[in-house]
Design a binder for this molecule. Structure first.
Ligand code: ISE
Length: 339
């Protein structure tokens, strides 16, 4: 690819997120095209590739990465397949946008960090897309500006209409609360030092075997306390809200007041029904930022370190859930590449 040429992206995994990224890169993103799609199901890969000009289907990620027209990789396969795909991308020294999780556990995330350090330069952006949501970005700018003083608490609400079949208690932490782990670290610029999980009675709306909702508490190395209501079968829609309580004021996002109607003696708005709808803009901006940075020869956004730190906090979170007590986060030292 020339410096100003179109970036040829291989999309690894064509499930819900992967297929949505293929559509996004083809129809929304500028400066990039989908050069390859990879899926273990050859028919699915072929079907998706047929819909995109000049796109080749593969079943093996390494084969796609070796292709001449592939300049960068978007990993959207299931979490357990990420480590192998990341290491293959490093072997070809290709830039990567990796959907969360970086890998499913802290030990494998550390191996990825070590491999990236052996390369000697950052290659990975992790798909913590909330950082690209305009409301979160405004909250971050406000906190960084310091006019409200230091942040003391962060109240978060993470509500989904319903969980998909097979959703487990560990997934409440690893799939859902992981987003608040990342935004807490990012918004506050602090590391999470411990996790506690408290559970009210189960909602009648929770499927068998799932303890939903839960209240998750983080403490940070900057002395902040953060709570997360994670409520994944609330029935009424998808809501993600955050309120920062600072020394001289508070700031809240996620109320969804983009449009309020008044009619027939009532006022109100609508609630998004899923994360693809609520965060569509954030996904678009995330991929565009990755493509733009890659074409400039830069790596920006959440790093492999952020992916590892989230994995370490998730491990504490799952233990806090099962052991019913406050668990300290076991975090390795931050290597110079990520400072
Ligand atoms: C899902 O994997 C996500 O990433 C969504 O943002 C989150 O709201 C949902 O609970 C997760 O299952």
């Amino acid at each position: 690819m020339s410096q100003y040429g179109t970036l040829g992206v291989a999309v690894i995994g064509t499930g819900r997120m992967g297929a949505d990224h293929v559509r996004r890169i083809s129809e929304v993103t500028s400066g990039a095209r989908v050069a390859a799609v990879v899926d273990i199901d050859p028919e699915r890969a072929k079907r998706i590739a047929e819909g995109v000009d000049g796109c080749t289907p593969y079943t093996d990620p390494a084969a796609a990465m070796a292709a001449d027209d592939v300049d960068a990789v978007l990993i959207a396969s299931p979490g357990p397949a990420h480590e192998a795909a990341l290491l293959a991308a490093f072997a070809h020294d290709l830039p990567v946008l990796c959907e969360k999780p970086l890998t499913p556990d802290a030990a494998s995330a550390l191996r990825v960090l070590e491999a990236e350090q052996r390369l000697g330069h950052r290659r990975v952006q992790v798909g913590f897309m909330r950082r690209y949501d305009p409301e979160y970005a405004r909250l971050k700018a406000l906190l960084d500006g310091g006019t409200l003083g230091r942040p003391l608490m962060l109240h978060n609400r993470h509500r989904n209409a319903a969980t998909p079949p097979g959703f487990t208690n560990a997934m409440i932490i690893n799939d859902s609360v992981v987003h608040e782990m990342d935004v807490t670290r990012w918004l506050l610029g602090q590391e999470i030092t411990s996790v506690t999980v408290v559970r009210p009675r189960r909602s009648a709306g929770a499927p068998d075997g799932l303890d939903d909702p839960q209240l998750v508490l983080f403490e940070t190395d900057g002395g902040a306390v953060v709570d997360v209501e994670v409520n994944l079968n609330c029935g009424f829609g998808y809501q993600v809200q955050a309120e920062a309580v600072c020394e001289r004021g508070t700031a809240r996002i996620g109320d969804g007041h983009a449009m309020v109607t008044s009619a027939a003696g009532r006022w109100g708005g609508t609630i998004a029904q899923g994360f693809v709808e609520r965060f569509e803009n954030a996904y678009d901006r995330q991929v565009q930022a990755w493509v733009d940075a890659t074409r400039r020869g830069e790596v920006t956004g959440p790093s492999a370190w952020d992916g590892y730190a989230a994995a370490a906090v998730c491990e504490a979170g799952v233990r806090a859930q099962t052991e019913g007590r406050r668990i300290a986060v076991d975090l390795a030292g931050r290597p110079p590449l990520y400072r």
